[in-house]
Design a protein around this ligand. Structure first.
Ligand SMILES: Nc1nc2c(ncn2[C@@H]2O[C@H](COP(=O)(O)OP(=O)(O)O)[C@@H](O)[C@H]2O)c(=O)[nH]1
Ligand SMILES: [Mg+2]
Ligand SMILES: [Zn+2]
Length: 368
């Protein structure tokens, strides 16, 4: 595929990490493929020989205790019964990284109305796509950065739609991001002028997996369309070309670029909830975490405790009020999503719904 060469398993993102887990499991002989799309009815998986429509086994379905036990886009899975474009997923190889969130929107049965939703797995870098127009929001970038770091994934920022603002305003936005996030990678792009898309393309290293995160409408799919077309991207007056906006993402899907980069697109995410772990938050607020080590009490919540170094820094202006408020809000959200009874009940209910759909599919699919 790559420049006419034969497709190798490394082109799909496979490496020694997955090879060693196969060795450990003693399953080197078992056929593996990568999950490239999740649809209502099942999965699409790909190996060097082709693509297959795949379902999970009944046995696996019965032993699954949470949605995280199910395959997600990015997973390496072990297959059986590969024939006629169909296959059966027997197991998932251990994940190197997992990007997940608390789902708060309406799910499709696989996701549920609430509960953990896996966005993508085995991702190397998450690009947080943010548009520079009126929706630009540093707090949102912060949330996405937290869920990426939480899953062991390095975040970077794509500032898209820069055709809509002046170079001066763009520099202001870049400075704001720098101030909030320090050394994070930033690429500025426009799918209208083409500016920056080549730079983005070149940053997508062969055999590595990238995930585009961001609200609906920021331009994730437009960017991926442009990246797919590019063997060296043209710049300039292509604002009216028919390709723009032609593919609308309705499901998670993985794309293989001509330079070997692997990109996962995501359907619009209305709101980003936090997962129940707080490590991602702590890492996104390094300076607060650093101050917290100087608080008098080890379990200081930095709200009203005496001897609190965070409150002292707030008082002296060393950290700003907005950032402090944001920290508290994210933390509360994480606590809220972490363990409410209502949530667990909803999760069970939605999991039940998922099982019903899945079992119906299973009946339709002969030979299981
Ligand atoms: N002005 C401008 N519009 C863009 C740009 N990129 C995407 N759009 C438009 O933004 C809208 C949403 O784009 P889409 O790629 O579907 O966003 P997604 O929901 O993040 O996948 C579409 O109407 C695009 O044409 C850009 O760089 N500049
Ligand atoms: Mg899209
Ligand atoms: Zn404190």
């Amino acid at each position: 595929m790559m420049n006419g060469k034969t497709l190798t398993i490394e082109d799909l993102g496979y490496d020694s990490f997955f090879e060693s887990s196969r060795e450990e499991r003693g399953s080197e002989g078992v056929r593996v493929a990568r999950v490239i799309a999740q649809t209502r009815g099942g999965y699409r998986v790909k190996d060097v020989d082709g693509e297959y429509v795949a379902k999970v086994t009944g046995k696996r379905m019965h032993s699954a205790s949470s949605r995280e036990d199910y395959p997600a886009v990015g997973d390496w899975v072990e297959l059986s019964d590969v024939s006629g474009g169909q296959a059966v997923i027997q197991d998932i190889l251990p994940r190197r990284t997992v990007i997940k969130r608390k789902s708060v929107g309406k799910g499709n049965g696989y996701e549920g109305k609430s509960g953990v939703q896996i966005i993508a797995t085995n991702v190397d870098t998450a690009f947080i796509v943010e548009a520079v127009d009126r929706d630009f929001n540093l707090n949102r970038i912060e949330r996405y950065a937290a869920i990426a770091r939480d899953g062991g994934v390095r975040p970077a920022v794509i500032l898209n739609k820069i055709d809509l603002i002046s170079p001066e305003d763009r520099d202001v936005k870049i400075a704001e991001i720098r101030e909030r996030f320090g050394e994070i990678g930033i690429v500025t792009t426009s799918t209208v002028s083409g500016e920056g898309v080549q730079t983005l393309f070149e940053s997508l290293e062969a055999g590595k997996t990238f995930c585009f995160l961001g609200s609906s409408g920021v331009g994730k799919s437009s960017l991926i369309n442009m990246l797919l077309e590019s063997n060296g991207i043209r710049t300039g007056e292509n604002g009216t070309r028919s390709g723009r906006g032609k593919h609308v993402t309705t499901s998670r899907e993985m794309y293989f670029l001509s330079n070997g980069g692997i990109v996962i697109d995501n359907p619009g995410v209305r709101e980003v909830g936090m997962t129940d772990t707080e490590t991602g938050i702590e890492e996104s607020f390094d300076e607060i975490a650093a101050l917290a080590t100087k608080c008098r009490f080890a379990d200081c919540m930095h709200e009203h405790e005496p001897g609190c170094a965070v409150l002292a820094a707030l008082g002296s202006g060393e950290i700003d009020r907005e950032r402090y408020d944001n920290y508290l809000r994210l933390r509360k959200e994480a606590e809220f999503y972490g363990s409410s009874a209502v949530e667990r009940r909803d999760k069970d209910r939605n999991f039940g719904k998922f099982m019903k759909i899945a079992k119906k599919d299973l009946k339709k699919y002969k030979g299981l």
